[in-house]
Ligand binder design. Structure first.
Ligand code: TRP
Length: 330
């Protein structure tokens, strides 16, 4: 059995792209692997969030994860800051991370450029904290997007560096989890490539049916096909891509056919159908989010038990790392 670990920074809410791109795969992974799903709240400190907002965001993501079907009985679901062992291993690994390589990290350079007034040490060592998250459970696989691949590469370097410095075969080199063909990419509504958190582009799991209808209605279209059997422009293809995920093959074939005949004036119907079918997917999840989010006792139980399981694994790693590095008790 392989160990899979995934972390998410608590900012904003999950959208349809997260749902089909990650959550659906997580549900499968938790059946087959030893999974750690955690909320990286320490990572979000690099931007100094306000304390109320930080807590609210952790509650959001946790509730949404659980509502999507992540199962605390099958996976270890925890909040990073509930596991103090991570902080200690982070300290130890920081001594093996060099200023030059940290300054060269793409994400650091970008953030430093965007917020020159807040280039804090935590921002610089963000990749070390992420490496710690991964190495503390000796994860085999980490599902990450393109923007995190460099951090994963750095994690492998820290694992190798530690092993060679102390002459051990201790840390595994984690690999990016590749979904291959199974990865569904949900495009945005504004004609741009990917669904992301920008206005007019994104449908959140918690969007009310009316909001979903409104957003879909506003999605970018044109006057219809200019002739029969022409290729669809990207922004129309995008709507079909979403339709394929949420609707039946018959529905998709019906609209595909309309496109191919070159008829016009059916986008309104297509959008109505698309909104309706998106709502069919989000409504039950949304209902569960509503219940879970207000159930403090349940959230407390999940995070407490998750932290206990995560700490057990983290404690073991930390104990061994301490020994390897020469911290021994008398
Ligand atoms: N840096 C990741 C992001 O911004 C979040 C994250 C923190 C993470 N620790 C991790 C992801 C460990 C995977 C593994 O998306």
């Amino acid at each position: 059995m392989k160990t899979v670990l995934s972390g998410i920074r608590p900012t904003g809410n999950l959208h349809l792209g997260n749902y089909y791109g990650a959550m659906i795969n997580f549900l499968k992974m938790q059946e087959e692997n030893k999974c750690y799903f955690f909320i990286a709240d320490w990572h979000s400190l690099t931007t100094h969030p306000n304390p109320q907002l930080l807590h609210a965001n952790v509650r959001n993501i946790l509730s949404e994860y659980l509502a999507c079907g992540l199962d605390p009985e099958k996976a270890t679901i925890y909040v990073q800051s509930d596991v103090p062992e991570i902080a200690e291993l982070y300290l130890l690994l920081n001594m093996h991370a060099y200023l030059g390589e940290l300054e060269k990290t793409v994400s650091f350079k970008e953030k430093a450029r965007q917020n020159p007034e807040n280039v804090n040490a935590g921002l610089l060592t963000y990749p070390v904290l992420m490496a710690t998250d991964i190495l503390i459970h000796n994860a085999d696989y980490v599902p990450v997007g393109k923007d995190q691949e460099q951090h994963l590469e750095m994690t492998r370097n820290y694992a190798k560096r530690f092993n060679s410095k102390y002459g051990v075969e201790y840390f595994k080199e984690p690999a990016a989890y590749n979904y291959g063909k199974e990865l569904i990419k949900i495009p945005g509504l504004d004609g741009s490539g990917k669904m992301g958190k920008s206005d007019g582009n994104c449908i959140y799991l918690i969007d009310e049916p009316k909001t979903i209808e409104k957003k879909v209605k506003k999605a970018l279209t044109d006057n219809g096909p200019e002739a029969p059997n022409t290729p669809k422009p990207d922004y129309i293809e995008n709507l079909f891509t979403i339709l394929k995920v949420v609707s039946t093959p018959e529905v998709v074939a019906y609209y595909d056919n309309l496109w191919n005949t070159g008829e016009t004036k059916w986008y309104g119907n297509l959008k109505k159908q698309l909104a309706e079918d998106i709502i069919k997917v989000t409504a039950p999840v949304q209902e569960r989010i509503g219940h879970i989010k207000n159930d403090d006792a349940y959230l407390r139980k999940v995070t407490k038990e998750g932290a206990e399981k995560a700490r057990e694994s983290a404690r073991k790693t930390l104990k061994e790392v301490r020994e390897i590095m020469g911290f021994k008790s008398f």
